[in-house]
Design a protein around this ligand. Structure first.
Ligand code: LLP
Length: 416
């Protein structure tokens, strides 16, 4: 459930008309709802009940520091994949002791930075990375807390680009090798084994693959215990899907309960969850203005002022995202449109064959755009990235200014 609903035909962001925000801040713009973010985060946290746990929001879904500050105030942990994401978390007031560091290519610099800040755990994805962390930890005189990301080899049944738990994927350490790699880690003087981790993919719509992955991890935990290696926490990753169209993913509480139930025999083993999309997707919309309506030979086009550089999911994954009129009270005739942007690519569309009652100058909103929206935006075609506004009840906070032309070449230099 989110707080973007039509009231008397007008789309509202919590208690503020979206058209008002567009008038105040311009278009295109991303709008986030604080109440929705908090509700979704709490849905996870509450569902775990008294099982020891930490919800580590996956920063890559939306890394705006306004958003991160809302989560930090709730006491959230954070799953990061770069030094940049760690810097954002710290800037937003996040607690480094609640940060887990995932990702296949951590640099020496990033490792040293994370060690200095005192993060909770490195989720290690290869034997080479293990050696590198051990080396850097020795150099900075610290003991690095580590967890191995085990590839459980389960089919997440999601888009191939966002499926990560199969043998064919670059992520994690093979299940068959895990015991061996843990034994190597146990020998390294500057490492401390604290956990086990997995992440099997994103936009999952069934609980089954999560539970299968957990079962495989638990077998390994036992095997390690038999060899004297104790695991202190289990990180089950992120990946819970959301409804963009007609998907029916389990609600966060059902998903969390399925996981916690599986831990019956291990009530003492703390759980870490890394949700990104399930917290942020439906907590944000992208608002855009219809510049032109154009009738092609075979199709009608709605040319809008947002484009693939602002929201790349439709172009990159053929993702279907709902597009709605912001004001439904206008007297408009409904036609079928391809909703496209001004970027010079045929792949520049936000939706195809959409029934919309719009005219030039009207506003539309792309729903469920709070996750993997702005974070994947670029300046392609030298377009300034949009403003981001976080709504809290009646209040609007500009959490990122619209980029200005000068920002486009910031750090670039002419040659004499
Ligand atoms: N943990 C790790 C290690 C991850 O790699 C990811 C996402 C997450 C947690 C959070 O997953 P979530 O709960 O958001 O599904 N850009 C794609 C999604 C890529 C996800 C990558 N990893 C999209 O727009 O669909």
């Amino acid at each position: 459930m989110d707080f973007f609903v039509h009231q008397q035909q007008k789309l509202m962001a919590e208690n503020v008309p979206v058209s008002q925000i567009a008038a105040d801040y311009g278009t295109p713009c991303y709008i986030y709802s604080r109440a929705t973010i908090e509700r979704h985060w709490r849905a996870f946290d509450d569902a775990v009940g008294d099982h020891p746990h930490l919800i580590c929001y996956a920063v890559k879904a939306n890394s705006n520091i306004g958003v991160l500050s809302v989560l930090a105030k709730l006491g959230s942990g954070f799953d990061i994949v770069s030094g940049g994401e760690l810097a954002r978390v710290l800037e937003a007031g996040g607690d480094p002791a609640k940060v887990v560091f995932s990702g296949v290519g951590k640099t020496e610099h990033e490792i040293a930075y994370a060690l200095e800040q005192g993060i909770k755990c490195f989720n290690v994805e290869s034997p080479s990375e293990l050696k590198r962390i051990n080396k850097v930890a020795g150099e900075v005189g610290k003991q690095a807390p580590i967890s191995l990301r085990v590839n459980p080899d389960v089919d997440a049944k999601t888009h191939p680009y966002i499926s990560t738990g199969l043998k064919a994927n670059k992520f994690g350490i093979e299940r068959e090798q895990a015991v061996d790699v843990y034994s190597q880690a146990a020998q390294m003087p500057h490492l401390k084994i604290v956990g086990m981790d997995c992440h099997i993919g994103s936009q999952l719509t069934e609980v089954g693959p999560f539970v299968d992955a957990l079962d495989r991890l638990l077998e390994l935990v036992d095997e390690l215990a038999a060899r004297g290696i104790e695991i202190e926490h289990l990180d089950v990753g992120g990946g819970l899907g959301v409804t963009y169209k007609d998907e029916q993913p389990p609600q966060p509480d059902a998903y969390v309960k399925a996981i916690v139930d599986r831990m019956q025999q291990r009530r003492h083993l703390p759980l870490i969850f890394e949700p990104g999309r399930a917290i942020m997707a439906n907590a944000g919309i992208l608002v855009s203005k219809v510049e032109f309506l154009k009738q092609g030979a075979e199709k009608n086009f709605a040319l809008i002022d947002a484009a693939m550089n602002d929201l790349i999911r439709p172009a990159l994954y053929s993702a279907w995202m709902d597009i709605v009129e912001v004001d439904r009270g206008l007297q408009r005739t409904s036609y079928t449109y391809d909703v496209v942007g001004p970027v010079c690519e045929t792949g520049d569309f936000l939706g195809k064959d959409r029934q919309l009652a719009i005219d030039e100058g009207d506003l539309i909103a792309v729903r469920s755009a709070g996750a993997y929206g702005f974070t994947m935006a670029s300046n392609y075609n030298s377009r300034c990235r949009p403003a981001e506004i976080l709504v809290d009840g009646e209040q609007c906070h500009l959490v990122r200014e619209r980029e200005k032309l000068k920002d486009l070449w910031k750090g670039e230099h002419k040659v004499p």
